[in-house]
Design a protein. Structure first.
Length: 320
C-alpha cells in the first residue's frame, strides 16, 4: 500500500464516490484511480466501497473504518509538510480564510491589514461561501480556517471557538413610521408590530436567519418576507428604495456610514448570536495562523487554540 492509493480513496469519498471527478481533481485518469483502488482492496482483503456494476455507491462497513484511518494518515502527512515549511520558511507561505460575506465585508478589514503588515510574505486568500460549504472546505483542507455564525459548531471534525457576539438590528428609512418611535418605545418594539411591515432579511443559511424564523414561528406570527439576500448591503439598498424593513446583523450597521438609515437594536426580539472560527481538528498550524486567530479575538491565544485542537476528537464525515 502507498500514499497514492490513500489519496485516491480519500478523493473518491470527497467527490461523492464519483471516480471521474476524483481523477480530475488528482490530475490522473479514471481507469488508473479505479485500478489502484481495486489493488488496494485486494491487498487489504476487504472491500472498501459498495458497488453497483462499475459504479461506486458508498462505503462498506469496514470501508468506513479504513476511510477514517486514511484521513488520519493523510492529515499527519500534511502536518509534516507544514512542520517543514514552519522551520524552513517561518514567515512565508499562505493562509486561506473561509468566510461569509458579512465577515469579509465588516470584520476582516480591521484584521487583514495589520496581519499583512506583520507578515508581508504571507499570501492571504478569502474564500466566501455559506456556512455549510465553509465547514466542508476546512474539513477538506481547502481553507485553513473559517469564520461564520451558523453550522460550524455542529460539524464533526472541527474545533470551533467564539470570536465575538452580536445582535440583529432593524434598519429603516428616516421617513418610515417606526423611525418615529422614542428610544424606550424602540426597546419595547414587539414582533407583532414589526410584522405589520414587509421584511427584507438574510437567506436562510446566513447571519442568524434560522433564529429569526424560529422566533416568529414560536409566537404564531407569519412575517411577510419580501426579499432574501446574503449581503447586508443589498438588504440596505432595498430598504432605501422603500421595499420594506430590513433585519441585518449588528456589525453591518454603522450610523456614521449609513447616514440615510435609522437602526433599531433588536436583541430583545432575536437574542444574541456568536460568530465562531473553525479549524480542522488535529492539524498543525503555522505560527502566523496563531497570530491571525489572536488578531481576530485577543482571547484566542495559542494555548486556548491548541487545547481546542487537541480536545476535539476526529470524527470523519462520510457522505453515503
Amino acid at each position: 500500500m502507498n500514499l497514492q492509493q490513500f489519496r485516491f480513496v480519500r478523493e473518491t469519498i470527497r467527490r461523492n464516490f464519483n471516480l471521474t471527478e476524483a481523477a480530475r481533481a488528482l490530475f490522473t485518469s479514471q481507469p488508473g484511480v479505479s485500478k489502484s483502488i481495486i489493488e488496494f482492496e485486494d491487498e487489504l482483503g476487504v472491500k472498501i466501497f459498495e458497488r453497483h456494476g462499475k459504479r461506486i455507491k458508498g462505503l462498506t462497513k469496514p470501508g468506513a473504518v479504513v476511510a477514517q484511518v486514511i484521513e488520519r494518515i493523510m492529515r499527519e502527512v500534511d502536518n509534516l509538510k507544514k512542520v517543514s515549511d514552519e522551520f524552513a520558511h517561518r514567515d512565508e507561505g499562505g493562509v486561506v480564510i473561509g468566510c461569509t460575506h458579512a465577515q469579509a465585508r465588516y470584520i476582516l478589514p480591521r484584521v487583514i491589514p495589520a496581519f499583512r503588515e506583520r507578515f508581508p510574505k504571507v499570501r492571504v486568500s478569502l474564500a466566501e461561501g455559506n456556512p455549510p460549504t465553509l465547514a466542508q472546505m476546512v474539513l477538506h483542507e481547502q481553507a485553513d480556517l473559517a469564520i461564520a455564525t451558523e453550522s460550524l459548531s455542529r460539524t464533526p471534525g472541527l474545533a470551533t471557538l467564539p470570536v465575538y457576539s452580536w445582535e440583529h438590528v432593524i434598519v429603516i428609512r428616516p421617513d418610515h413610521p417606526l423611525a418615529e418611535l422614542t428610544s424606550s418605545e424602540a426597546r419595547e418594539l414587539s414582533l407583532a408590530k414589526l410584522a405589520e411591515y414587509p421584511i427584507i432579511t438574510y437567506d436562510r443559511q446566513f447571519s442568524g436567519r434560522c433564529t429569526i424564523d424560529e422566533v416568529f414561528a414560536s409566537s404564531g406570527i407569519t412575517p411577510d418576507i419580501v426579499l432574501e439576500a446574503i449581503d447586508a448591503d443589498i438588504i440596505k439598498t432595498y430598504v432605501d428604495v422603500g421595499l420594506g424593513v430590513g433585519i441585518i446583523a449588528g456589525m453591518a450597521f454603522d450610523p456614521r456610514r449609513d447616514k440615510g438609515m435609522v437602526g433599531i437594536p433588536a436583541g430583545h426580539l432575536f437574542g444574541t448570536h456568536t460568530t465562531r472560527v473553525a479549524i480542522k481538528s488535529g492539524v498543525f498550524l503555522r505560527d502566523y495562523v496563531y497570530v491571525l486567530l489572536e488578531m481576530l479575538s485577543p482571547e484566542l491565544n495559542r494555548d486556548v487554540v491548541q487545547e481546542a485542537l487537541d480536545s476535539e476528537p476526529l470524527r470523519q464525515v462520510v457522505n453515503g
